[in-house]
Design a protein around this ligand. Structure first.
Ligand code: DGL
Length: 275
């Protein structure tokens, strides 16, 4: 018996466009699912903000998504997941998935020398969330972490191959190269948009792990296991909400999602009761 809630959308969010890399992967794997995606562009970036503030923003967004009626929450933002994942799992009746654990598992499967690099925002790296997720697997691996504060800013401005991006990448990635990591987790959902530069600087033998595909696989498994797969033959409807018109959410959304990215809604927080 398929649960009636199977027709409800999946709720996803990020501080901005980064989580659209996860939405892209979810749409590829689950074309019949409806999605509500919220990009908190009004308050982006989250990475430099204190833990409590990111926690508050993330809970506010998830409360809002749950009030809209969703069957699953996906925290498509490492900074938010680092601040609030365990609390969110307790707080909501629906299942909550994060991008961190799937990324860690994919990295463990990929590494050959057991030395894994992690790049992310300051919020993610200082939280130790990846160290904890790796420790929980009991895999005996070394994790070398590096915050890359300017990367999100570059992506949000659609700047993905300028000399400034290469210079920043050389600087941020030097400690990972020196440590001899053979696998690097892109521990921020904005970073897949900088994969070209990151791969170039790290060298082609290093495996880059984007948690987008691994997270989409987990979304699929969670829906299947809880009888919540949408068996409709219709193509899923996708709502994309941004909390500010500033920035390049719409341009980057079209780049990532093509025709699937239509009808973007702008809902500043002051108006959110209208959402
Ligand atoms: N894309 C986000 C992450 O995965 C947030 C980036 C930011 O807002 O600083 O951490």
């Amino acid at each position: 018996m398929v649960d009636d809630r199977s027709r409800l959308p999946i709720g996803m969010f990020d501080s901005g466009v980064g989580g659209l890399t996860v939405a892209r992967a979810v749409i590829d794997l689950l074309p019949h699912e409806d999605i509500i995606y919220l990009g908190d562009t009004q308050r982006c970036p989250y990475g430099p903000r204190p833990h409590d503030e990111v926690r508050r923003f993330a809970l506010e967004i998830m409360d809002h998504l749950v009030s809209q009626g969703v069957k699953l929450l996906v925290i498509a933002c490492n900074s938010a997941a680092s601040a609030v994942f365990e609390e969110a799992r307790q707080r909501y009746d629906v299942s909550v998935l994060s991008v961190i654990e799937p990324g860690v598992r994919a990295a463990i499967a990929a590494t050959r020398n057991r030395r894994i690099g992690l790049i992310g925002t300051v919020a993610t790296v200082t939280s130790g969330s990846y160290d904890q997720a790796l420790a929980a697997t009991k895999a005996n691996m070394e994790l070398v972490s590096q915050a890359c504060p300017r990367f999100v800013e570059f992506v949000e401005h659609n700047e993905t191959n300028s000399e400034a991006v290469f210079d920043a990448a050389e600087e941020y990635l030097a400690p990972l190269k020196a440590a001899g990591v053979d696998t690097v987790i892109l521990g921020c959902t904005h970073y897949p948009l900088l994969s070209g530069v990151i791969q170039y600087v790290m060298g082609e033998e290093v495996v880059l792990i984007s948690s987008a595909e691994a997270t989409a696989n987990e979304v699929f498994a969670e829906l299947k296991n809880s009888d919540l797969l949408n068996r409709s033959e219709d193509i899923g409807k996708h709502r994309f909400i941004a909390t500010s018109e500033e920035g390049m959410f719409s341009e980057l959304g079209e780049l990532l999602l093509g025709p699937a990215f239509s009808g973007i809604e702008y809902r500043p927080w002051s108006d959110r009761t209208k959402a």
